[in-house]
Design a binder for this molecule. Sequence first.
Ligand code: GLN
Length: 449
Amino acid sequence: RHYLKNIEEKNPQLNVFVSVYADEALQRARQIDEKIKAGTAGKLAGLVVGLKDVICYQDHPLQAASKILDGFVSQFSATVVERLLAEDAIIIGRQNCDEFAMGSSNENSIYGATRNAADPERVPGGSSGASAVAVQADMCQLSIGSDTGGSVRQPAAFCGVIGLKPTYSRISRWGLIAYASSFDCIGLIGKSPEDIALTLEVVAGADSHDSTVSQRPVPAYAQLLQDGQTPKYRIACLREGVESEAVAPAIRQAMKASIEKLRAQGHEVEIIDFPILQYILPTYYILTTAEASSNLARYDGVRYGYRSPHATDLESLYKKTRSEGFGKEVKRRIILGTFVLSADYYDAYYTKAQRVRRIIKEQTDKLFEQYDFLLTPTTPDTAFPLGSFQDDPVKMYLADLFTVQANVVGVPAISIPAGKDEKGLPIGIQFIANRFEEEKLLKISRILL
Ligand code: GLN
């Protein structure tokens, strides 16, 4: 009732939830109360969760904030959803996002922009913008988002909450609408490392529906977070994060303050150079648009959602449905992706980007031979005003400068709140760790929070 009341009060202004499952949630809450009395309740009993509009929930609408999925209803639930429900979490509703998870501001949406609760004239980040605001504004306790290049961490930073992108393959992608399959990760947004730890251990792990999921056993993250001491870590801090003019002064300041705090507790922090940083973003945008152009080929007006009423034959059905159904940013990416995959340009762009991806991976791996973490700001700047990059998508892509590396390489990363800037806007800093070291990320977050 607490969360439903907050949704009722704040949703008209912030535009976070696009569906609210009030009756269903209350009914489940009552059943869970009974289970608690009987001592049979699951690990997440009563945890109130929101789902980004790219995650299937059986018999509930799903649209990826796109017209092209108008009227679509999921026929099955994502593996994460099934596991949440099996442990007695309560799903309260479906959250706005950027169309097909493409964007950094939550403005590319058929439902309109979501607003940042810290300043409603500003964006919450994206693409899981609403999922971050839902936690920020106490409209649910935890959100399930997706992170292909920063979509959980960047909005978490803009909204002053925690966002975890696990290792690629740690959580099943079954039931997650695909954007760029070799980058896509389900991620968690919450206010405490404990909530994230417990939820992660429930949703992670092998799944016969997704052959890319790791078979590795899932650690008891919540327990591990509680007991055991914290080792002294070796942390590499990216020089740009504390020195570059491209990073807002308040963020550099927040980085320095965190470094001091870590050093005071006996952790080692070294400022390092990572000269290939500038190649990560172009690599990301070449490969993700290529994968997106292929993944989004399935929306043809025949199988899902929207079908143009103006078509006269099969070909015009495809053309008109896609022209009318997809938004501007999605079309831009399909065209870019189709271009880099076209026969004449494949080697110059796609193959080359694959090679660069390998180099970035090797160099990141090398870093983790020496250090426990790579520390960076989550974003170069704090939340920007709505409409700032309407005519300049490439500028908006720069918001992902620090977040895309983890997805290009497939390693886990977390964004944690690190104070506010002079305008009172939240700042986030990011820790990246080696594969399957989520536990370490949760531990370092606890040290700093
Ligand atoms: N903002 C990035 C993009 O637009 C990241 C998106 C994401 O992680 N889904 O591609």
